[in-house]
Design a protein around this ligand. Structure first.
Ligand code: GLC
Length: 500
């Protein structure tokens, strides 16, 4: 059995979140700890982390990290979190004034250097805090250089690191951490690594590529996405490389925290409900309509979009079909923040139909839960979607997803078939606004047939996307990489969820 595992992430709930990565890095380790494994999590100690957490952190040690000619101090703090099941999950937080005392997590010119510092500090920290993981689980470009530095630098000079293996998880291939040539020096690598078969990428050094190439096992957060990224249309110029390493590439669907997302106990809801008291959801709908300044009417379908507002999410299709959407007998709520142009589009949409459209362009987890607990449908027309947590959360709240058939959305949302009663939502295939409209219209048609709608909401409320299954798949991947796999695990790794 594998025991010591370190999860490395640039964000994790409950400390710091900008997107789905934080949910995964926060909730997957809890599920693994609850299954009896020693997994710990490490992330930067950002200025934005709440004081209620900071005050319970204990300082463990301090040391210098060299990044080329720069020398920066890393202060390591520890935080112990009790899981609902009574187990202890240890977090390490890496503090440095210069890199992390800033008002947001990302978006700075020196993001590359900030996460290079973080990645190096993670490796340097291990002997200092006395934790020797068999497996280091890295996530996205911010931690992509770890598998490479571990193999090419640390393991070569210190036997402490010799047997450590890595899993690299891609949550979003689009963001790659492309830096300059000087990053090789920060990684303590010479210029022989600046070639197309190593770290060079269109004249720069790619952290994403470093992760993909040097990890022992690689995965994405759904099976479909791990197939899609091997195609030029989804591969972000790394499809060739991904095809060449596809014998170590897997797809493992994310889970969600079923305790946090539970309409029966969610204290953010006006009225709690479950599958047997589903009608209570209507009280939430009316309350939300009132709060958002929409016409209070339980019969009009309320369609929500809860998302980072970026082009990944396909909102340009909504812009293209704005007039047609507004001609439908439906209300719309848009919740989230993102790109200026798209935010303005939603503001304009609200101004065209006040009382039927609310553009609530703020990041608010509370509001997101209220919307899940009130809306009838959720629209997710993503251009690409590595997994997507929104549809999984919506299932839990009996809110029907209308999605584009891609990535994790394709793996979880099956179009409702009125003839058989099967299905978990509505979906459309191509990135085409007309196809999206067909799906939206079909959803509204079924909504108007109360018996069918009940059948569909019943179907989705019965689904279970808690971490139970997926967490054990991760454990199998860890075991496969570290030589702990028994025959059954080996077979499973070969057949069950390898996608190549
Ligand atoms: C990224 C992806 C999203 C995925 C999440 C967690 O935010 O865009 O699809 O669910 O990571 O893996």
């Amino acid at each position: 059995m594998i025991n010591n595992i370190l999860m490395v992430s640039s964000e994790a709930v409950p400390f710091a979140k900008s997107g789905g990565l934080a949910d995964v890095a926060g909730t997957l380790p809890k599920a693994i700890v609850d299954n009896g494994y020693d997994i710990r999590v490490v992330l930067p100690l950002y200025k934005t982390i709440k004081d209620k957490f900071k005050k319970d952190m204990t300082k463990l040690c301090s040391f210098n990290v060299r990044l080329g000619w720069r020398n920066q101090t890393a202060n390591i703090y520890e935080y112990k979190l009790q899981t609902e099941k009574g187990n202890t999950l240890i977090y390490y937080l890496i503090q440095n004034d210069y890199y992390f005392e800033r008002d947001s997590l990302y978006g700075f010119n020196d993001d590359g250097e900030r996460f290079m510092f973080f990645s190096k500090a993670v490796l340097e920290m291990l002997p200092q805090v006395g934790f020797k993981p068999e497996m280091i689980h890295c996530n996205d470009w911010q931690t992509g250089t770890i598998p490479c530095m571990l193999k090419e630098v640390y393991a070569k000079r210190n036997s402490f690191y010799k047997d450590m293996k890595t899993l690299y998880t891609i949550h979003n291939l689009k963001f790659q951490g492309i830096c300059g040539f000087e990053f090789l020096e920060m990684m303590e690598l010479d210029s022989s690594y600046f070639t197309a078969d190593k770290l060079e990428f269109w004249g720069g050094v790619s952290m994403m590529k470093a992760g993909i190439l040097y990890c022992d096992k690689l995965n994405t957060v759904s099976e479909t996405y791990s197939r899609e990224i091997q195609l030029p249309s989804y591969g972000c110029q790394l499809d060739g490389l991904l095809r060449s390493v596809n014998d170590k590439l897997y797809g493992v669907l994310n889970g969600i925290d079923n305790d946090f997302y539970n309409p029966a106990t969610d204290h953010l809801l006006f009225k709690n409900y479950d599958i047997n008291t589903f009608n209570n959801k209507l009280a939430n709908k009316m309350k939300l309509q009132e709060e958002m300044g929409l016409e209070v009417n339980i019969d009009v379908p309320l369609i929500a979009m809860v998302s980072r507002i970026t082009d990944q999410k396909g909102f340009d299709m909504v812009a293209e079909k704005m007039d047609e959407l507004l001609s439908l007998n439906a209300q719309f709520i848009i919740q989230g923040t993102g790109e200026q142009g798209l935010e303005d589009m939603f503001r304009y949409m609200e101004s065209k139909a006040p009382g039927r459209v609310k553009a609530n362009l703020v990041f608010s987890e509370e509001m997101a839960n209220k919307i899940y607990g009130s809306a009838d449908m959720i629209l997710i027309p993503s251009r690409f979607e590595p997994c997507g947590l929104t549809q999984l959360i919506s299932f839990r709240y009996g809110t029907v997803p209308i999605v584009r058939h891609t990535g994790g959305l394709a793996d979880t949302v099956l179009s409702y078939q009125p003839s058989t009663g099967e299905g978990t939502g509505f979906s459309f295939r191509r990135c085409d606004a007309n196809e999206m409209m067909v799906a939206v219209r079909e959803a509204i048609r079924i909504y108007e047939d109360k018996a069918k709608w009940n059948e569909l909401t019943n179907n989705i409320m019965k689904l279970d996307y808690s971490w139970n299954t997926s967490a054990m798949k991760y454990v199998k991947l860890y075991e496969g990489a570290t030589g702990h796999a028994d025959n059954e695990t080996r077979k499973m790794l070969k057949k069950v969820f390898q996608v190549a």
